[in-house]
Design a protein around this ligand. Sequence first.
Ligand code: SF4
Ligand code: SF4
Length: 252
Amino acid sequence: MAIHERSLVEPERILRKERLVVDGVDVSGDWNLIILPRVINDYDLDFAKEVINSPDGKTINQCYQCSYCTASCPVHNYWDERYNPRHFIYLARLGMIDELQKRADVMWRCVSCHKCTHRCPKGVLVEEVLKAILRTMAKKGLIEEYPSKKFDKFFTESVLEYGRIEDGELLFGWIEKQGYKVFKDPILKKPIPFIGETPEWLKQLTMKPIKSMNIGFLVLNAKHMLFHPRTKNWSRFKQVLRKVMQEEGALH
Ligand code: SF4
Ligand code: SF4
């Protein structure tokens, strides 16, 4: 018997004997698969209300569980089957907090491609709703701050500092935060890309495009990475911007 979305069933709840004969009939294989019932002890009915009342969560109630979103989601299809937008919405609407918490390690992995939202026949703003679920969980202390949120903060601070996105600074500053040793210039103490420890995946990811760049472009990029071009009057403007963002609760 095929099980729809088998990844949603915990392995310890699936029972299957290697070989099973019932009344002389060999029912080995999928035919003898049994799923133990799931026991749910608790529902938090206020949870869904909080999601609905948040600016991004209003469309959660339009979901009728067709699973188009999950079928089109690259994170579900190519990375981790446990990442399942339809299922997260289902759990949030029922207030099944324990089940949501079990999935907290994958729920933040959305890559914001919006495929789910484009495919949803009911107009659910899926990505926004998922973020609203995560934010509500964080607000209620049900999950620790998730990695993508930490990166968002780091990104915001970097843009506030320079008034623009400094790719090398951002990437290697973040890598340093993950515990790698990154070499810094002795004067400004800024990370110098690719000197020190660089994760293997990043080396592979960057070497191919670098090899295809012409020398002039490479030199220009290297120069910009070492001597960041300044945005005019940024130091004054950033103080104002920081103050406004703090007042609006956009900086923590
Ligand atoms: S596609 Fe829309 S209606 Fe269907 S499960 Fe996903 S969110 Fe719900
Ligand atoms: S926006 Fe997020 S949830 Fe939606 S399809 Fe893309 S990765 Fe999946």
